[in-house]
Design a protein around this ligand. Structure first.
Ligand code: NAD
Length: 272
């Protein structure tokens, strides 16, 4: 059975629009250069803000700006009392170090939940903002009444924005977690041993039907495009059809991710 994210997204949107009438929320999206791959994502974020009644501004910086120039813009936004959340659109141009820019954002305005301070809070289980895609994976499971406590969860991918924070968040949910990556020796053995497989690697058809059982629950966080430009996840159609439950791509984790960004904005705006 395929599960979708639209209803969860709408539920979060309703909550955000109510809160936006009570407190000041305003997001600045910092965009360096004009990478076309991020255009659709930005449009989706702006549309969600418009629907929910939240002010969103895009701050455009030329692609040849230096790291120092980008940090100067971020610092101005850090001090701008009208702005309650800052998002950094990626990919950044190659000459700019993502980490330097992310950590130049005031942690109290880090809507993506990826500043080192906020990641530290995640490890120490303090309340606060959480990385959006991992939060979307967990929302997808919980909203579909899938119990996490005691479950064996295999996560494919260990990136700083997805696999690694998701590991921490799954441990906090009392799941038993296995993390796989490019050096994992037997991926199939790890997925077959799991109750829940979360694919977050960025490879079309990485998870095939022989790697799951009829009882497996799959969350597919991958966003890839095939040779015809069609959006695909990391999980093959056959694997998704065989599993007990699989999240759809498109229309699954991705649509919740934007809502989680605004949920973080709400948390930060309430703390202001
Ligand atoms: P990344 O390239 O930074 O990390 C990929 C991870 O997958 C790495 O840790 C790598 O070790 C692992 N990996 C890659 N190939 C593998 C293989 N063959 N076997 C085992 N492990 C493998 O990517 P990322 O930024 O974490 O994104 C991963 C995927 O999630 C991409 O498809 C990306 O587009 C998607 N994504 C989706 C959303 C969303 O909103 N749904 C948000 C962010 C990223």
């Amino acid at each position: 059975m395929l599960i979708y994210g639209k209803e969860i997204r709408e539920k979060i949107k309703e909550d955000i629009s109510k809160r936006a009438q009570q407190i000041h929320m305003s997001m600045a999206i910092v965009r360096v250069g004009e990478d076309p791959s991020s255009e659709a994502y930005i449009k989706g974020i702006v549309k969600f803000g418009e629907d929910a009644g939240v002010k969103v501004d895009i701050i455009r910086i030329p692609g040849d700006a230096s790291e120092t120039e980008v940090i100067k813009v971020i610092e101005e936004l850090n001090h701008d009392s009208d702005v309650t959340g800052i998002m950094l659109q990626k990919p950044l141009p190659a000459h700019i170090n993502d980490n330097h820019i992310v950590n130049a954002i005031a942690f109290a305005k880090d809507v993506e939940g990826i500043h080192n301070y906020n990641l530290g809070k995640l490890i120490s289980k303090e309340p606060g903002v959480k990385p959006c895609t991992p939060a979307a994976c967990i929302a997808m499971l919980k909203e579909n009444n899938i119990e996490l406590e005691g479950k064996k969860v295999t996560i494919i991918g260990r990136s700083a924005i997805l696999g690694s924070p998701l590991t921490i968040m799954m441990i906090a949910e009392n799941a038993t977690v296995t993390v796989c990556h490019t050096r994992t020796r037997d991926l199939k053995a790890e997925t077959l041993a799991a109750d829940i497989v979360i694919a977050a690697a960025g490879h079309i058809n990485l998870v095939t039907a022989d790697m799951v059982t009829e009882n497996t629950i799959i969350i597919d966080a991958g966003i890839n495009f095939d040779e015809n430009g069609k959006m695909r996840g990391d999980v093959s159609e056959e694997a998704a059809a065989k599993a007990r439950i699989a999240s759809a791509v498109p229309g699954g984790v991705g649509v919740i991710t934007v809502a989680e960004l605004y949920d973080n904005l709400k948390i930060l705006s309430e703390q202001k």
